[in-house]
Each structure stands twice: as C-alpha cells, then as structure tokens.
Design a protein around this ligand. Structure first.
Ligand SMILES: [Zn+2]
Length: 465
C-alpha cells in the first residue's frame, strides 16, 4: 500500500465559501496562539510546549468555542502540524544544521486536515466537521475522486489565493501484473533529469526515451516576462516601509498571487505528465530498476543570477518526487546516484569530454556521438553498485520522443500565447483577431501510443521536440 494525494477543487456557494475561509482563519488563530504561547514560555525561561499531547491539553483547557466553527479534530490537526514542524527543526539542528528554524511566522489562513471517520464523502459531496451547535457544512467537489471512497484516509481543506481546494489522501495498492509482465529488477534504466528534457532514459535493449519539456520552459519564460512587466508597471504604487498599501496595490498583489498559483499548477501538471510517461514506458519494457541522477549536490554552487533563476524554476525536487511516487506505485525500484560528470564522460571509452553546448555529444577521442542527455542516462545507469564498466552496447539506438505539458499555452504551431490578445483588432501591426488557443500540436499524429523514432548515432533528429 502506498499513500497518494490528489487535489480537488471545491464548488461552493458564497455562504459555504465564507464558512470554509472561516475554518482556515480559525486554524490560523490556533497556529498564532501556539506561537504566542511558546514566545511567553521563552520569555519566562521555560521550555517550549511542542509535543502533540501537551498542545492538546492546552487546547482542551481553552474550552469549546474558542476558535469559531473549527472543531476539536480540525484544531488538533493544526497542533499536529506545529508539533511535526517543531520536531523536524529540532532534529535538523541536532544534526548540525544551524539554519533550521523553528516555526515562527504567523499566517492568516492555515490548512486544516480531517482524518478518516471525521468527514463524510458521498459521491461528489463532502461534509466537513464543524464545532458542536453549528449547522452541518456540506461542499461539492468539482470532479470525481480518483480513488474509491473506502481507501480515503484524510482530507485537507486549503486555499490557493482566493480558490478553495481539498487534498484527498488515499491508500492505494501497489499495481499487480499478470505473470510474465511484472517489472524485472534485473532490467535497469538510467534516468537523467534535465531542464530541456525533464527525463532522458537509457534503457536495456538499446532503447531510449526522451521527454521534451520545452513547453514547460516556454511557460516559465513567459511567466517571468509577464511578472517583470507587471512589476515595472506598479512599482510606483508600491507602499513604502511602514505604509499600508493602497487599494490598487492590494488588487495587484491579489492578482499576482493568483497568476503565480496558476503558473505553479501548470508546471506541476506537466511534471506529473513527464513522470507518468517515463513510468508507462518502463512498465511496458518490464524495467524493474530506475537509476536516477540526483543533481541537487551541484545546485548549491553559485553560478550567477540567470542560472540561479533557471535552477529555481526547474523545481527538480518536485520532479524527482513525482517520479519516485509513481514508480513506487508501479512496483519499480528507484535508486538515486550522484550525477556529477555523467554528461561529460564518453560512454564508449570512458574519457572526459568537455560538456557540449548543444544537444549532440561527440567524443574527440574515439569518435562516438549521440544525444547528450541519453549519454547522461547511460552513464547514470552504469553508476549503480555492480553496474557494467562500459555502456557502449547499451547506448540507445531506438529512441522514443514524448512531450510533457501539451496543455500549456504556446505549444501550438503558432507559438503564440493565447493569454496575450492584441488590443486593437485588425489595426496595422496587430497580430490579428482574437482566436481561441490552437489545439495541442501533434494530437492526431501521436494517437498511436509508442511509435519510436529511429535515430542513427550522431544524426540529429528532425522531429520537433
Ligand atoms: Zn570516447
């Protein structure tokens, strides 16, 4: 059994919405109370209250009705959150990490988690528990739950900007296969995570998979550009330190948060798609072990603000977590290895070659050439304990190309962002009348799953990716 979490939007009336935000605000009050209480403890020279039991005792001493409509189970989930964060920080500090900090920041709205047995799920309707004496709070989910109701373990009410969501966590069984189709741990593939190609996989039988993430990068670039313009436009209205912001400024901030949240959702969705593609490909080829290069060791190096921005926008931690979670459910083992130097080592002769600027890797010692990211993948597969010395025979010849993020704006043939409509209709210099976003490029062509493109070594592929 593995725990999986899905985020589902809520459809609420104005009154339900107000009550839901009331619950989140009450949870924020609980959080602030705990912070204040521990500040007083510190001023008096006493030890902080951090264990869940101690905090629950304080809560019951406060009595019912202290936190609006929030019931005991909801308030306790905030205490649990605080306690977990506190002990995690304490553990990191004990381990010598002096940068780890205890929870200290008050937040207006804090997510509330309800465990199994406290809420009711009835089709697309969800009843959240509220304090005694309050009217029952039913809300409607905006889509079917992806899990059977009896597997659901908890729901978490949260907001993103002005939108309400619940995160539903369920226990899902590990996939089962027919005899002869299950993943074989002896079949190993190397995975190289990257920015342009979120995943490049070099598998057994000289087969490879490249998932293109150009759509994600385009979305990131557009978002960054838009944000810059918006910042410049409102810089004049920014409040000075100590000043309250104007109404226009507050509106700008709300809009900024909304756009930021949408951008994050778009990128995450594409990253999930990329990971799903890899796992589907691996399951078909009965690959039981994925050796994944972990670049996080080299990311802390300072490399200038542009590169830092790129690294931050990559969100590689989330990308790897997606892959790990999906692999776990599919019954595939994931091994993380240090990827240092894997994209600059020749897979045929093992000598160091300067990292190529483009996508084509060419070895000046032995004349080998191939796709740069697949070179990384092949070398990573070799890094596992007991791996082969050379990967010459394993280097992919048959390469499958897939794209992640085909829902993103700008992936159409026009490469025009449907978010930017021309202002003035058909005036000279305009790019034409407003049109709906073009259909995702290549939908019809890619209808047949898995048609690999054969690419000879050294020959640049002509498919768009
Ligand atoms: Zn070589």
């Amino acid at each position: 059994m593995v725990l999986r979490t899905a985020r589902v939007g809520l459809r609420v009336t104005a009154a339900q919405r107000e009550r839901c935000f009331g619950l989140l605000a009450s949870a924020g009050d609980v959080w602030a109370c705990v912070l204040d209480m521990n500040r007083w403890q510190r001023h008096r020279g006493l030890r902080p209250l951090a264990s869940y039991q101690e905090l629950c005792r304080e809560l019951s001493a406060a009595g019912p009705g202290t936190f609006g409509e929030l019931d005991t189970t909801g308030a306790r989930s905030v205490l649990r959150r605080y306690s977990d964060a506190w002990f995690a920080a304490a553990k990191r500090r004990a381990g010598g990490d002096s940068l780890a900090r205890f929870p200290r920041r008050k937040r207006g709205l804090v997510p509330v988690r309800y465990y199994h047995g406290t809420f009711v799920l009835d089709g697309q309707r969800l009843r959240l528990p509220v304090g005694r004496g309050c009217a029952p709070l039913w809300v409607r989910l905006d889509r079917e739950l992806p899990y059977p109701v009896e597997q659901v373990r908890s729901v978490t009410l949260l907001n993103e900007g002005r939108r309400l969501f619940v995160e539903v966590t369920a226990e899902v069984p590990v996939a089962t296969y027919e005899p002869g189709c299950e993943p074989d741990p002896g079949r190993v593939a190397g995975v190289d995570p990257g920015v342009i190609h979120p995943f490049a996989v070099a598998g057994p039988g000289a087969e490879g998979l490249i998932v293109s993430g150009r759509a994600i990068r385009a979305e990131t670039h557009l978002h960054l550009k838009d944000t810059k313009h918006r910042r410049r436009a409102v810089a004049q209205r920014a409040p000075k330190p100590g000043q309250a912001g104007s109404r226009r400024w507050r509106k700008h901030r709300a809009r900024q948060r909304k756009i930021e949240a949408r951008h994050k959702r778009r990128v995450k969705q594409a990253q999930h798609e990329a990971a799903k593609t890899v796992i589907g490909w691996a399951v078909k080829r009965r690959i039981g072990t994925l050796v994944v290069g972990d670049p996080r060791g080299v990311l802390d190096l300072k490399a200038g603000r542009r590169h830092n921005q790129r690294v931050r926008a990559w969100r590689v931690g989330y990308l790897l977590r997606c892959l790990k979670d999906k692999a776990e459910q599919a019954g595939i083992r994931v091994m993380l290895v240090d990827e240092r130097g894997t994209s600059s080592t020749c897979p045929a002769c093992g000598r160091r070659v300067p990292k190529p600027a483009g996508r084509l890797f060419t070895c000046m010692h032995c004349g080998f050439s191939g796709h740069r990211d697949l070179v990384g993948g092949a070398n990573i597969a070799r890094r596992r304990p007991g791996g082969p010395i050379t990967t010459k025979n394993l280097f992919p010849v048959v390469i499958t190309h897939r794209r992640a993020g085909r829902h993103l704006p700008g992936t159409g043939p026009a490469r025009r962002d449907p978010r930017r409509r021309p202002h003035h209709g058909a005036l000279a210099g305009s790019i034409g009348r407003p049109r709906p976003a073009p259909p995702p490029w290549g939908v019809a062509r890619l209808s047949g799953e898995d048609q690999p493109t054969t690419v000879k070594h050294g020959q640049r592929s002509l498919t768009r990716h």
